[in-house]
Design a protein around this ligand. Structure first.
Ligand code: GLU
Length: 442
């Protein structure tokens, strides 16, 4: 499958050149979509993926860019750019969150939508992948402005939305409040209540118990499985560092602490706190609830986000944004296990360095798949109109995460590849099989 130069030959086609991303948009200079494709290429070669199917899978099915005018509280009108990308729907309705962030670009959303496709396939959910984003700084907007923006965006992407076609969820800087507005806007236009159009909703309106904690719970489960595999203790001897203290980071820290591990450092966008003897995670969570920042927490030393990543620890959980582990700092990382709570925290070049150092990286598409797994449960419950208790949700999540971890670890062992490449192989194989079965619609 490779040319004399060692490159996959299908990358040499004019088709590939035409769709080169326009610009680098992210920290570390690595374009997020190309970073995703670099891993995809390796896995596709290992699977001997046929060139035609390779071409299909490197193209998003549908890319929507919308202008969202919003009346600001000041009386001025501001126009925000929103994106929704349906990457692949071969296995089912497109599934994936919507983020509100100043880093949102078309390439970022494209990469995130592709990751959702592989993520849903790794854990074998009957979903395709999508992602949405609005380029905005929600911290500078009032609740009313955020509501107007969310509703306008929902209305603008109305044609793709629907329980059978495209089902959004929360992501960076979005939460159940925005999901409620999305559900309401969609339902008002359809003239009846449609709960299954969005997941991560408040419990009172068709949300699932356990959804809020699901991504963090999944991170805890796969970290525990990785520790077991490396014969490392599940006790205070095992130190954990968590970057990011939003929904994923804070709940990962809380559940890993409940499991008996020692959380020594956590951070948010303002910086981190570190205590080599261990932090009282509940106290930190209480502090952040009140103060909205870790900056003012006094019972620990201060560290920068950069320093935090290279602290002495056994498990590192990057649970913030993309491209934080790059070729610059990968060599200094001391953890034995990295559990990627965020999407895309490790650049493609850093991957190689981590692998050479023998660090076990549990890749994002597996490590943070707990969220979308319980989103799937929520969608199933909404469609059936019958709701499960929290234990049932957690038990079913536990089973899917452990099985998926073992499947990916098995694929890695059989093929002598990293867990990341193995996860891509499991996912691509599943998506490719469905494409072959469905055949080409012409
Ligand atoms: N935004 C989450 C993710 O990246 C959840 C997506 C979903 O539940 O659809 O996995």
């Amino acid at each position: 499958m490779t040319s004399a130069q060692g490159k996959p030959e299908w990358r040499e086609t004019s088709e590939y050149r035409v769709i080169r991303p326009e610009r680098d948009t992210h920290l570390g200079g690595e374009n997020p979509f190309e970073s995703m494709m670099a891993r995809f290429d390796v896995a596709a070669q290992k699977l001997n993926l046929e060139p035609g199917l390779y071409s299909v899978l490197r193209h998003p099915e549908k890319q929507i860019i919308v202008a969202c005018p919003v009346l600001r509280d000041s009386g001025q009108v501001e126009v925000f750019t929103g994106y929704r990308i349906l990457y692949n729907t071969a296995r089912g309705p497109a599934k994936g969150g919507i983020r509100f962030d100043m880093g949102v670009t078309l390439d970022e959303v494209k990469a995130l939508a592709a990751w959702m496709t592989w993520k849903c396939a790794v854990v074998n959910l009957p979903f395709g992948g999508a992602k949405g984003g609005i380029l905005c700084d929600p911290s500078t907007m009032s609740m009313v402005e955020l509501e107007r923006l969310t509703r306008r965006y929902t209305s603008a992407i109305m044609d793709t939305l629907g329980p059978d076609s495209d089902v959004p969820a929360p992501d960076v800087n979005t939460n159940e409040r925005m999901m409620a507005w999305i559900m309401d806007t969609y339902s008002m236009q359809k003239r009846h209540t449609v709960t299954a159009v969005v997941t991560g909703k408040p419990i009172e309106m068709g949300g699932s118990l356990g959804r809020r904690e699901a991504t963090g719970r999944g991170v805890m489960i796969v970290s525990r499985e990785a520790l077991k595999r490396l014969n490392m203790p599940i006790s205070k001897q095992t130190r954990v560092v968590v970057q990011g203290f939003g929904n994923v980071g804070s709940i990962s820290a809380e559940l890993m602490s409940n499991l008996g591990l020692n959380i020594v450092a956590v951070s948010d966008k303002d910086g981190g706190i570190y205590n080599p003897r261990g932090l009282d995670v509940n106290d930190v969570i209480e502090h952040v609830k009140k103060e909205k920042t870790l900056k003012t927490y006094l019972n620990a030393d201060k560290v920068t986000n950069k320093e935090l990543l290279t602290l002495e620890c056994e498990v590192l959980v990057p649970a913030a944004l993309e491209n934080v582990i790059t070729e610059e700092n990968a060599g200094q990382i001391k953890a034995k296990i990295i559990a990627e709570g965020a999407n895309g925290p490790t650049s493609a070049t850093a991957d190689r360095i981590l692998q050479d150092k023998g660090i076990l990286v549990i890749p994002d598409i597996l490590a943070n798949a707990g969220g979308v797994t319980v989103s799937y449960f929520e969608w199933v419950q909404d469609r059936g109109g019958y709701f499960w208790d929290e234990d049932t949700v957690n038990q079913r999540l536990e089973r899917i995460m452990v099985e998926s971890f073992n499947e990916v670890a098995g694929m890695a062992a059989r093929n002598g590849v990293s867990m990341r490449i193995a996860a891509y192989m499991v996912a691509i194989d599943r998506v490719a099989k469905v494409h072959r079965l469905r055949g080409m619609y012409a």
